[in-house]
Design a binder for this molecule. Structure first.
Ligand SMILES: Nc1ncnc2c1ncn2[C@@H]1O[C@H](COP(=O)(O)OP(=O)(O)O)[C@@H](O)[C@H]1O
Ligand SMILES: [Mg+2]
Length: 412
C-alpha cells in the first residue's frame, strides 16, 4: 500500500530539469519536506525517480512550460528553481507567472547572452577582457589582425566550453569561425582577448541586499596546451592557493559584476581570472553551478550547501543565514579522465576505488560500449573523481593518483 500524506503546509517546488545535475536538488527538496514537480525533456530523466510528479517538457520550451503552469491546478506552486542548467530565462518567466521570488526577466536575458552581458558590464565599468561581436569570417580576420593573438572565440549562447576556441597563429580562422558558430543557437559569436592568469570559479547568493560568497575554487587548466585549441578544464581545488588579498580582489570584482548585472536575489556563479592588471570577469551566470561544485566540492570543503539556501529563497522562505557559515576547512580536488576517443572496451580499477575513504565521488559520463567523441569541450570528458585531504595539496595528489594509477580506460 502506498501512503501519501498531502499536508496542507507542504510547499510545492517546480524543478526545471531532472537530469543527473538536478538529482541532488530534487532529493534535497524531498528531504526538506517539499512536494516536487519535475520537468525534463527526457522522459527517462533520473530525477523523475525521486520527484512526486514528473512531466516530459523541455526546460527551454518556455511556451510549453507556461501552458503547463496555466493548466496545473492540483496544488499551489510556491517556487521554481534549477541547478547547473543555464536557463535563467525559463526560471525567471515561470517564477513571474507563479509569483515567486526571482531575478527580473531583463536580468535573466542579460545573463543568457555573453555579448549582452559584456556590453552591460562594460557600461557599468566592470573589469573585463577586450571583446567584440563577430558576424562574419572576414570580420574575424580583420579583428584578429588588429588585435593580435591570443584571443578566444565563442558562441554567445552556449555553455560547458562548447564552441570555445583559443585562437593562436596555429589555428585556421575559417575552421574556428564555422566550428564555433555551429555551437550557437542564435548564430552570434563573441571574440575576446585571452586573459592570462589563474582562473577561479566563484559562487554566491544575493539575499536582501547582501551578497554571500560561498564558493571559491582554483580551476586547473594545466592541459591547455595539450587540448589546444579547445579550452577544457581539468577539475579544480578548494581552498584556493591565492592569498587572502588576491582572494578579496577577485571577490570584490565578482560582487561588483553581480550587482552591475542586476542580480538582486538568488544565485550567481562567476568565471574569473586574476590577471596582472587585477581581477577580471569572463562571465557571470545567474544560476547555481553544476559540475559537482555547489553540491559536492564546496560542501565537502566548507560544509556550506547553497542549494539548500537557494531552495528556501525560491519558495519564499527566508533562509537561515547560519547556513552560510563554514563548519570545516578540508582540501578538496577534482580531476577528469581523458582517455583517447573511441569505443570504450573496459574500465579497470573501479573495485579499488570503493575501498578508498578519501574518494568522495566518482562519476562516469560514458560506459563500456559507448563511443567517446574527440575532446572538444566538457561533454567529451570521460568521467571525474572528487577527493578530500587534510589540505588541498593532499587532495590534489590523491585525485591525480586515481586518474594516473588506479582507474584505467581501455579504448579501441
Ligand atoms: N577571454 C578569456 N580568457 C581566458 N580564458 C577564457 C576566456 N574566455 C573563456 N575562457 C575559458 O574558457 C571557459 C569557457 O568559456 P565561457 O565564456 O565561460 O563559456 P561557457 O559558457 O562555455 O562556460 C571559461 O570558463 C574560461 O576558463
Ligand atoms: Mg563559463
Amino acid at each position: 500500500m502506498e501512503v501519501c500524506i498531502l499536508a496542507k503546509s507542504q510547499k510545492t517546488i517546480l524543478m526545471l530539469g531532472a537530469g543527473i545535475e538536478q538529482v541532488y536538488a530534487i532529493k534535497l527538496a524531498k528531504k526538506k519536506g517539499l512536494y516536487v514537480i519535475a520537468v525534463d525533456k527526457n522522459p527517462e530523466a533520473p530525477g523523475f525517480n525521486f520527484a512526486d510528479e514528473s512531466y516530459p517538457i523541455s526546460t527551454r520550451d518556455i511556451d510549453g512550460l507556461r501552458k503547463f503552469i496555466g493548466k496545473y491546478k492540483k496544488r499551489k506552486i510556491s517556487g521554481v528553481m534549477t541547478m547547473a542548467s543555464d536557463i535563467p530565462l525559463s526560471v525567471a518567466i515561470l517564477a513571474k507567472e507563479i509569483g515567486s521570488p526571482s531575478i527580473s526577466l531583463k536580468v535573466a536575458e542579460l545573463a543568457s547572452d555573453k555579448l549582452k552581458m559584456k556590453r552591460h558590464l562594460k557600461k557599468k565599468g566592470v573589469p573585463l577582457p577586450w571583446f567584440c561581436e563577430i558576424d562574419s569570417l572576414s570580420q574575424l580576420e580583420k579583428r584578429v589582425k588588429e588585435r593580435g593573438y591570443p584571443l578566444v572565440l565563442k558562441p554567445v549562447d552556449n555553455s560547458g566550453a562548447r564552441g570555445v576556441i583559443k585562437l593562436t597563429p596555429k589555428v585556421d580562422l575559417a575552421w574556428a569561425y564555422h566550428f564555433s558558430r555551429s555551437y550557437s543557437r542564435c548564430g552570434r559569436l563573441i571574440l575576446e582577448e585571452f586573459l592570462e592568469g589563474p582562473q577561479i570559479s566563484t559562487e554566491g547568493v544575493m539575499w536582501q541586499g547582501r551578497f554571500y560568497i560561498t564558493g571559491f575554487s582554483d580551476r586547473n587548466y594545466s592541459k591547455l596546451e595539450e587540448f589546444s585549441p579547445f579550452m577544457v578544464e581539468d577539475g579544480g581545488s578548494i581552498p584556493s592557493s591565492l592569498s587572502k588579498k588576491e582572494t578579496e580582489e577577485v571577490n570584490t570584482v565578482f560582487e561588483e559584476a553581480v550587482r552591475a548585472l542586476g542580480i538582486d536575489i538568488g544565485p550567481a556563479k562567476g568565471d574569473m581570472v586574476l590577471t596582472k592588471d587585477g581581477a577580471k570577469v569572463i562571465e557571470i551566470a545567474a544560476r547555481l553551478s553544476g559540475g559537482n561544485f555547489c553540491d559536492v566540492k564546496v560542501p565537502l570543503s566548507t560544509g556550506v550547501d547553497i542549494v539548500d539556501v537557494v531552495m528556501d529563497i525560491s519558495i519564499g522562505d527566508p533562509p537561515d543565514l547560519k547556513k552560510f557559515i563554514p563548519t570545516k576547512n578540508l582540501g578538496v580536488a577534482e580531476r577528469f579522465f581523458f582517455p583517447p576517443a573511441g569505443k570504450i572496451k573496459r574500465i579497470k580499477g573501479l573495485e579499488r576505488l570503493a575501498g578508498i575513504d578519501w574518494v568522495k565521488k566518482f562519476t562516469l559520463y560514458y560506459r563500456p560500449g559507448d563511443t567517446l567523441p574527440p575532446l572538444t569541450d566538457h561533454t567529451g570528458r570521460a568521467g571525474s573523481v572528487v577527493t578530500v585531504g587534510e589540505n588541498v595539496k593532499q587532495a590534489i595528489e590523491r585525485a591525480e593518483t586515481v586518474v594516473r594509477d588506479i582507474v584505467r580506460f581501455e579504448v579501441e
